[in-house]
Design a protein around this ligand. Structure first.
Ligand SMILES: NC(=[NH2+])NCCC[C@H](N)C(=O)O
Length: 395
């Protein structure tokens, strides 16, 4: 029997074991039609660390809704935040310049399907507004020749990876393994909120109400790929909740004998690629010395580069009704082209200087609205093909 093949001979075999080996192919996310954020439980839990104060009082204290001009409450109670057009247009310009920079470096760039319009969807359990495949680091990771899709933590991202399917099929045709972790039902009770309540958040029930459902099955596996950092055979994995812990167990069993997972306990609420990024074997970018003693022993012997403390003036000035979704450390989220060249935000020249001092060659690209759209260059990309093979950097 013969089937039509969608083989694209110029696409190579998926091969990526770490964050720094010479980059050959990469997926760059698309911000098209990123208009809306649903301010519901999963979103608020996910962005708690940074956005908590923005979501909360006095609006939610009183009625759970908001009177800000760019927020609306639909009849079913879903509060949505509308992102400003200007930010989206400027973001799109910056993403396009990232794409052309990568192409000039002779790297093959794949793009997801762009969201053609705002899409509302519902599962048997809840409703959401689709988010485009922009922060594509978050829900997929490459382990060698395997594409692994992780189980979403934000409801609006449930179908986001569908926008990557044409790319994953191309790699599948080239021989990639392709695995999905179990998808969560995601009722309110699926979320372990102990990380948040552990911080003594007042009025937990008001801000993060968890209603009962007949479909409740307890805490589920929910976890993002961006909670992992790859060092060949060894993988760091941030675990802050029971939801993450279940995923950690899944990964250990699935990759037993292939990869070692080193748990970092509550390094952050979820993603760690604005805290730690290895730049080459023996050299690590680390947000600050507080994290050093909590790293696996072999890494504590590496050369550590601490980025300069970011100042507010490297960010655009935002208005009261804008939702800031990242810490000021987001520009640490660089993308390595190889062991020398690194794509760095041109708006953080102090970081560029620091990297130059350590012998790297930064390639500046402008990225203005990283705090509004929740990601830097590492978040916006998925490095599907890098040179090299499985190696042990820890012994
Ligand atoms: N893969 C990502 N989307 N990473 C973004 C991490 C941002 C991090 N939570 C911070 O606030 O600095």
């Amino acid at each position: 029997m013969r089937f039509n093949e969608i083989k694209d001979e110029s696409t190579a075999m998926v091969n990526s074991f770490n964050e720094w080996s010479t980059l050959k192919e990469v997926v760059v996310g698309s911000p098209i039609n990123y208009d809306t954020q649903d301010l519901e439980l999963s979103f608020k839990v996910f962005f708690h660390d940074v956005a908590y104060s923005a979501f909360c009082y006095p609006y939610y204290e009183t009625n759970g809704a908001s009177d800000r001009p760019n927020e609306t409450q639909e009849s079913q109670g879903l509060v949505t935040h509308t992102l400003k057009r200007k930010y989206l247009e400027e973001l799109n310009e910056d993403v396009e310049s990232l794409v052309s920079t990568l192409q000039q470096l002779d790297i093959k760039v794949h793009r997801p399907i762009a969201l053609s319009k705002a899409i509302k969807f519902e599962t048997p359990y809840w409703k959401a507004d689709c988010i485009p495949a922009l922060n594509i680091r978050d829900q997929a990771i490459i382990f060698g020749n395997e594409i692994l899709e992780t189980p979403p933590q934000v409801r609006a991202r449930y179908f986001e990876n569908d926008l990557l399917k044409p790319i994953f099929y191309k790699y599948f045709e080239q021989g990639a393994k392709w695995t999905n972790m179990p998808k969560p039902i995601m009722t309110d009770k699926s979320f372990d909120t102990s990380y948040i309540s552990g911080q003594n958040v007042p009025a937990m029930q008001k801000v993060y109400p968890q209603n009962e459902s007949e479909f409740d099955i307890g805490h589920e596996m929910m976890f993002d790929a961006a909670q992992c950092i790859r060092f060949g055979k060894d993988i760091l994995i941030n675990v802050a909740t029971k939801n993450h812990y279940l995923a950690y167990q899944w990964l250990q069993r699935h990759f037993e004998g292939q990869f070692n997972f080193h748990m970092l306990y509550q390094f952050a609420d979820n993603h760690i690629d604005s805290i730690i990024l290895p730049l080459k074997p023996g050299t690590l970018l680390l947000r600050n010395p507080q994290f050093l003693s909590r790293l696996p022993a072999p890494l504590q012997k590496w050369d550590i580069i601490y980025p300069p403390e970011p100042t507010e003036n490297i960010f655009p000035t935002y208005e009261d009704d804008d939702l800031i979704l990242t810490t000021k450390y987001i520009d640490l989220n660089v993308l390595s082209i190889d062991e020398d060249k690194i794509i760095v935000n041109s708006l953080f020249p102090e970081l560029i200087k620091t990297l130059e001092k350590h012998g790297f060659t930064p390639i500046p690209v402008q990225h203005r609205h990283r705090r509004i759209f929740g990601g830097g260059f590492h978040c916006f990309t998925l490095d599907t093909v890098r040179e090299g093979s499985l190696e042990d950097y820890f012994s």
